[in-house]
Design a protein around this ligand. Structure first.
Ligand code: AMP
Length: 287
């Protein structure tokens, strides 16, 4: 495994396997690697001939007062995870390497970026799209791997890649969870023991809602009320940012749940802002 720090270097290192006809799989991350990231690396390893992982805490996707400064940085452990899961190349650039001067260019995906987490974190997805566009141009992978845990992010990036004709196939991988259902996240380490005890309520509420939808497809409003009640009960220390039932592609609120929907939520527990989502498809034969 080779660790690279500069754009010129990562391009040079990837050039050799590419010239030998190996496909390139790319896993962009902000480091503090966990089982969710490892699953993306494993999938890339299984599907492509050269696996590239980037580790870059991107300042432009953090808003004022967010956790950019305190975001966990543990490169030595991260490199060990990459190595153990068979990555060929790690790209871990400095902020100066990625942003040598103030960028005058921003990639903005309209509509999809303003809703859900975008409403609570203005500019966040512009930062994500711009850095992912840069990384895709630097690495030029055949496939890039993202987690369904960040459903909105994956949806926005899919649209960006389609709108801009970026020659890459996006692969969205299932959310990896702790045994009690909590979605694995770098930010889970911000939770106190009591908050950690309450955190699985997010997934439990989503599952309960999914069961309701599969049983009798009630109006979205009823589902949202049930999720809010389950969260109030299971995570009483949490503050709900949003609970929404949305169309899987447009991310617009829906009223009916007798067609595919995504239930998405964000809850603040102490200093952690936890997000989770579940896609629910109506049982075959339902109309
Ligand atoms: P991050 O380092 O948080 O920017 O995440 C890097 C990638 O890992 C993103 O595509 C995330 O969606 C994905 N990811 C984060 N947590 C999980 C998880 N629990 N399961 C699957 N993928 C995840």
């Amino acid at each position: 495994m080779e660790t690279t720090r500069t754009i010129a270097d990562v391009r040079r290192v990837i050039g050799t396997p590419r010239a030998a006809g190996r496909s390139v799989g790319f896993v962009p991350t902000m480091g503090a690697l966990h089982a969710g990231h490892a699953a993306l690396i494993d999938r890339a390893r299984a599907e492509t001939g050269c696996v590239v992982v980037s580790i870059f805490v991107n300042p432009t996707q953090f808003g004022p007062g967010e956790d950019y400064d305190s975001y966990p940085r543990c490169e030595r452990e991260d490199l060990a995870v990459c190595e153990a899961h068979g990555a060929d190349v790690v790209f871990a650039p400095s902020v100066e390497e990625m942003y040598p001067r103030r960028s005058l260019t921003t990639v903005h995906v309209d509509r999809l970026s303003e809703t859900l987490c975008g409403a609570d974190r203005p500019g966040h997805f512009d930062g994500v799209c711009t850095v992912v566009a840069k990384l895709l141009n630097i690495v030029a992978p055949d496939r890039a791997y993202f987690g369904a845990k960040d459903y909105q992010q994956a949806t926005i990036l899919r649209r960006m890649v389609s709108d801009l004709n970026v020659p890459v196939e996006l692969v969205v991988c299932p959310t990896v969870r702790e045994p009690d259902g909590l979605a694995v996240s770098s930010r889970n380490r911000y939770l106190s023991a009591e908050q950690r005890r309450q955190a699985p309520a997010l997934h439990a509420a989503l599952q309960q809602a999914a069961a309701m939808i599969r049983r009798d497809a009630p109006p979205a409003e009823t589902v949202i009320e049930a999720v809010r009640a389950a969260l109030a009960d299971g995570a009483p220390d949490g503050t709900i940012d949003y609970v929404r039932v949305v169309d899987p592609e447009t991310l617009e609120d829906v009223q009916r749940t007798d067609r595919p929907v995504v239930i998405a939520l964000a809850v603040r527990l102490g200093s952690a802002r936890l997000i989770d989502n579940l896609r629910v498809d109506p049982p075959a034969g339902a109309s």
